[in-house]
Design a binder for this molecule. Sequence first.
Ligand code: A3P
Ligand code: MG
Ligand code: MG
Length: 396
Amino acid sequence: IETTGSQPEESSVSSTSLAYPSLHSSTSLRPVPFQQPSSLLTFSYNPQRVLEFTNSALRYYIDPPPGADLRYGYERWIKRPEEKSRLDGLLRAIERIMEKADTSMGLGSGKKWLREIAVVTWRGVMTKILTAPYEERDGCEFNAMCVNGTIYLEEHLSDARLAEKEDIAPRHRQQTYYGYSFESWCTSSRPGIPEQIDGHPIGWGGDVDTNVQWCSVIKTKLGDNRLVVGGEVDCVRGEHQGRTDKLVELKTSMSIRGPEDEARFEKKLLKFYMQSFLLGVPEIVVGFRTPAGRLTTTQVFRTIEIPRLVRGKPGAWDPQICLSWGQHFLSTLKSVLSSQATSSESASTPRVWRVSLRPRDGVTITPLDADGVKEVQGGEDRVGFLPKWYYDLVSR
Ligand code: A3P
Ligand code: MG
Ligand code: MG
């Protein structure tokens, strides 16, 4: 760890830099244990994008029709606008988990439980952190706060970056749709029975509305850090029993035509793997497609077997490097944030930090100034980036 920033006063807050680990063989690393994720609760966003503590958005896996057309229904896609990916939904879930603890184990149990949690975040954030040592192209930024010993992490999207995401090229937009269309072809509202909707081909699961999502909130432990992580789950195989062992992740990818495509796919498998591994999703169904969006084949991967599949291949990666890095990153983040928990201007509110992951270079952790905090609040009723109601709930 290298610390920069050299203002002479004692109260000055400095920036911390972390380099990524070497990608050469992890045999010298002590394996970092990762606890099997266990489900805390599930929830749904309905078409109005209202969060419900129901399984209304849960879908059941069904084999897609051979040669399915992934362009089908594109004109009818109801696309959720790009927005800042706040933690609000996950925090509602945490409030509910705490209420349940209070009811079953006595008042105060919820808070006691939360105090043991080192990190609360969405799965997408953890995936980006853990795969960062291998990322060659995209950087990303997070906001971080520590409240009562728990670190909250949200992705930071500037207004400019949001506008950029909303304004994607038509071709790219079409390709993004293939992924959602595959989800529709692969799912049904009833286990084992293909959907049959009037006016649509058999097997079409319904027109795509990306407001609708089914989410799972799990707890796990990476090294000595307990994590609460929430993320979208595409569907379940068979009946849903409330556990993670029947969950299925759906993915599309271009058909593999040669060794270069294969190496590219093996690299991509790191993201598929980490995304599913973090939520305890044991199965990934990949739909291979032509450039024009015609489904060619599907292949089922057992999540835990993926690292062995890529070992020694051209696109190889090692999950131990990611986990060991993740443990190192989280421990550093914890010590930086808790040593300078509050800002000098107001000792009562937690400081907000910006974490930047730069491809190849490493990570910086920097305190935000007043303008930065204002941008993060976005004119809403928030303490830093946390909703005021949640901050009041957990800080008292
Ligand atoms: P594919 O992954 O099949 O391409 P998820 O796989 O996480 O369930 O996401 C479903 C689909 O959302 C993806 O399908 C992709 O089309 C789109 N998607 C997810 N993350 C994206 C991102 N960062 N950029 C663009 N599209 C994304
Ligand atoms: Mg999904
Ligand atoms: Mg998916």
